[in-house]
Design a protein around this ligand. Structure first.
Ligand SMILES: NC(=[NH2+])NCCC[C@H](N)C(=O)O
Length: 316
């Protein structure tokens, strides 16, 4: 029997530098209505309460903006994902900014502490900064560092105050598991906009990466097969899809667009093929920002990808 899908809505945008990503989930629902789809009627969903009221307050540390709210959100998302998996349902996380993906990963690890978890990160960015290295202070650039328990002190550029250090420590240790994943169990697809501190981490840890050009040249199918072979040692796999992995010509509806991205077709092809594997235990779609878009294009792409992925879903 196939597991039932459970949609977890996380309308948080505390980690982004541009306003509007918290509207992404509703924009995807509007796209579904416009397509005449019953997807959101058919599948149960739950909304994780957000802390977006903090957007009206001071950002706190310039190197870890609104970090207290991020910690709260990461903990809440983790709990929801753990409970969902505990009920033997398959979580599909639809989120605003990418920082809360650290919560998703934590939730999977809490549900299956003994399992080796692989992560497929489809994103224009490697999101591996720590508050010590961030160029922006935006915490959506940090979720992978949180789960890898990575400070990257070798590349330190920012001086942090004690309060920020305490929160950062707590973020790396949510769920009392640190690190939650290993560099060798991570694959980045279409990452093309990294800063020097991230590049040195990727090189030092020999992180497996596939560029957009490689996906295009060798074909989606081949890349998916190789990625799954590369992660063969993992028991479970989580797929994190940031819509900025797609090219800005597909849509401008995301906070940090970067040229040379995937086409919608390539993105959909990757997601649907990954979802056909039983080891995939959860996937996530993030960073749709309809306030930057025209005619809700990005949300429509995201919804189509969501449908392709769930149609391919075969999880016994
Ligand atoms: N999830 C994202 N959109 N991340 C963008 C991060 C951009 C840049 N590397 C930063 O840290 O500010």
């Amino acid at each position: 029997m196939t597991k039932s899908l459970k949609i977890i809505e996380v309308k948080s945008e505390l980690g982004a530098g541009t306003r509007g990503a918290s509207l992404g989930v509703d924009a995807i629902k509007i796209a579904a209505l416009d397509f005449g789809s019953r997807f959101f009627k058919k599948h149960k969903s739950v909304e994780v309460p957000n802390e977006n009221h903090l957007l009206l307050e001071n950002t706190g540390s310039p190197f870890a903006k609104r970090i207290s709210g991020i910690l709260t959100m990461v903990e809440r998302v983790a709990d929801e994902v753990t409970e969902t998996l505990g009920r033997n349902e398959f979580p599909i996380v639809l989120a605003g900014d990418h920082s809360t993906a650290a919560g998703t990963i934590t939730g999977i690890k809490k549900a299956y502490p003994k399992s080796k978890l692989g992560v497929i990160w489809i994103d224009a960015h490697s999101d591996m900064h720590s508050p010590y290295t961030t160029p922006s202070g935006n915490m959506h650039g940090m979720p992978l560092a949180m789960v890898l328990d990575e400070d990257n002190l070798d590349a330190k550029v920012n001086e942090l105050d004690q309060e920020t250090l305490n929160y950062w420590y707590q973020l790396k240790n949510v769920g009392k598991i640190a690190p939650k994943i290993s560099y060798s169990d991570l694959v980045l697809i279409s990452a093309r906009d990294m800063e020097k501190p991230e590049e040195s981490l990727l090189r030092k840890n020999k992180v497996k990466m596939y560029s957009t050009a490689e996906v295009r040249k060798r074909g989606v199918e081949r890349i998916v097969i190789e990625t799954m072979q590369y992660l063969d040692q993992c028991d479970l796999i989580y797929v994190s899809f940031d819509v900025d992995s797609m090219d800005p010509t597909a849509s401008r509806g995301t906070g940090t667009p970067v040229a040379q991205g995937l086409t919608e077709r390539e993105a959909g092809g990757l997601m649907s093929r990954f979802l056909a594997y039983q080891k995939v235990c959860c996937f996530e779609i993030v960073e749709v920002n309809p306030t930057l878009d025209r005619e809700n294009q990005m949300a429509e792409h995201a919804f189509e990808i969501l449908i392709k992925a769930t149609n391919a879903f075969r999880n016994e």
